[in-house]
Design a protein around this ligand. Structure first.
Ligand SMILES: Cc1cc2nc3c(=O)[nH]c(=O)nc-3n(C[C@H](O)[C@H](O)[C@H](O)COP(=O)(O)OP(=O)(O)OC[C@H]3O[C@@H](n4cnc5c(N)ncnc54)[C@H](O)[C@@H]3O)c2cc1C
Length: 468
């Protein structure tokens, strides 16, 4: 019998597995897909750095992926923008975060788990879970690569099944966040000739779409000449547009919708001009939900399997992997003590995890509230006041991912955004940075030279195929 069985080999599952294996526990991952597989969610927060370092994948990350020094929020006409350069508040090299191709990133993390001794089964779909209270074990049923029925036994189960929400769906724990019905349409472009507006420096670009769209556009660089671009809009708006396009005779309404929206921003139009789509557009619907139950006797939910929040702040991977680490450490304590019924370590871990998720949720609620200061207008707004640096510093820390241990103090910053006149009271964090309405983060030459990896990712993928 294994110590832990994990459903799902995405970033949450593989991270939890790797930390548990490092602690000396026996772990099995059951993953329904065969990796590499496509996945959305490609821009990472600087606070992920510590996790990658502890997992032992940092050097590989540096070799493979674009470095990200900032996120730049812009209005649709490009007239106002705020560049949240992470070097304003992070003094070491971790301010250069990462933009990742998820096919490569998720495979790298899963391979790392294997190297650490985790027993990984791909193309193995979990179909049922039974908690045997008499024998104190979890019995997991699955279907293997050739359709064969399989059974696995463990002392504890982690559900990291992502947006399939295996346990939450099975037990009716999942509730949707009303008012957050959004759909994303996205793809990759190659041969991008106009890497501008900060993309040439590795930046993430987020463009606000106001009105009834209630959404945004993302553009992130994945290589020197390759970007990921996506449009997120209110699902009801998308439904109306779909009908209009179909009535007008569109043969591929998803693609037509996608280009119509991107082309509304002159800035984005210029970036994709002359570039080629690498794959057809992918539509991801129905998101933002919460599982009312996060853990119980012999199980815990992590990553998107426990909660999904609108991805505007690129927080998903950080929330998922940091939660995975906290839960793995808590579980190690429980397994080592021999008393799985004493769940104090898990309760403590979920205090941080729930605090972080609740904080990001509030941040996103503010983002969609038209009466608050937007992250695109913050630089202009706060610069009119002598104390603007305090509030701007908090904004930088939040966008870097400082919301697990410190979420309580940043609630004050959100109070400021909600009631702008109060912002001068905010003096907890100090920074020395006057201008944020800028395109460049003024990187040093040695930083600029490592933004794009030497070897192209497409080549790295090819190499991987040849050698595996
Ligand atoms: C439009 C959009 C944009 C996003 N942008 C960003 C971003 O820029 N930055 C960021 O950090 N995050 C972003 N995210 C969020 C990010 O993608 C997720 O938070 C992250 O992938 C969560 O990781 P996970 O391991 O929990 O789930 P996943 O990565 O989804 O992994 C779950 C795994 O479980 C497997 N699985 C499911 N059911 C079963 C089963 N029954 N048996 C076996 N295996 C199973 C799946 O095949 C999958 O491989 C975005 C999300 C969306 C929708």
């Amino acid at each position: 019998m294994q110590d832990v069985i994990i459903i799902g080999g995405g970033p949450a599952g593989s991270t939890a597995a790797s930390f548990l294996a490092k602690h000396g526990h026996s772990v099995t991952i059951l993953e329904k897909e065969r990796f590499p597989r496509e996945h959305v969610g490609e821009s990472l927060l600087p606070f992920c750095y510590k996790t990658f370092d502890a997992l032992g994948v940092l050097d590989e990350m540096k070799r493979l992926f674009v470095r990200k020094p900032t996120v730049r929020f812009a209005t649709i006409d490009g007239k106002q923008s705020t560049n949240w350069c992470f070097n304003a508040v992070i003094p070491d090299e971790s301010f250069l975060s990462f933009q990742v191709d998820r096919k490569v990133f998720d495979t790298m993390l899963l391979d790392n788990s294997r190297k650490l001794g985790v027993d990984v089964h791909e193309q193995t779909k979990v179909t049922d879970v039974k908690f045997d209270t008499e024998q104190d074990k979890v019995v997991v049923s699955a279907t293997g690569p050739n359709g064969e029925k399989q059974t696995y036994e463990g002392r504890f189960l982690i559900d990291a099944s992502g947006r399939s929400t295996f346990l939450a769906s099975k037990n009716n724990w999942r509730t949707s966040n009303v008012g957050f019905e959004r759909t994303a349409v996205w793809t990759h472009f190659i041969d991008v000739k106009n890497m501008i507006g900060g993309l040439e420096e590795g930046s993430s670009l987020i463009v606000y779409l106001g009105g009834n769209k209630r959404g945004w556009i993302w553009v992130f660089p994945l290589e020197r000449d390759r970007i990921t671009a996506g449009v997120v809009v209110d699902s009801f708006y998308l439904r109306d547009k779909k009908r209009e396009l179909q009535e007008a005779g569109s043969e591929n309404w998803q693609r037509d919708f996608f280009f119509n929206e991107l082309n509304e921003s002159p800035f984005v139009r210029e970036i994709i001009d002359g570039a080629e789509m690498m794959m057809d557009v992918i539509v991801e619907g129905d998101y933002s939900y919460n599982s009312n139950v996060k853990h119980g006797p012999r199980y815990a939910l992590i990553g998107d399997a426990s909660r999904f929040i609108d991805p505007i702040f690129s927080s998903g991977i950080f929330l998922s992997t940091k939660s995975a680490w906290l839960v793995a450490d808590a579980l190690h304590e429980m397994l080592s003590s021999g008393d799985l019924n004493n769940n104090q370590p898990l309760l403590k871990a979920y205090e941080y995890i729930n605090g972080a998720y609740n904080f990001v949720y509030r941040l996103i609620t503010l983002f969609y509230n038209p009466h608050t200061i937007s992250f695109a207008e913050a630089a202009t707004f706060f610069n009119e006041y002598s104390d603007h640096q305090h509030a701007m510093a908090a904004g930088h820390f939040i966008l870097s991912g400082d919301f697990f241990e410190n979420h309580k103090k940043y609630h004050e910053f959100l109070d400021v955004l909600e009631a702008p006149r109060n912002f001068q009271r905010y003096k907890n964090v100090v920074m020395d940075r006057k201008k944020s309405n800028i395109e460049s983060c003024n990187l040093k030459p040695e930083e600029r030279s490592i933004i794009f990896p030497k070897k192209s990712l497409r080549m790295a993928e090819q190499l991987q195929k040849v050698t595996s």
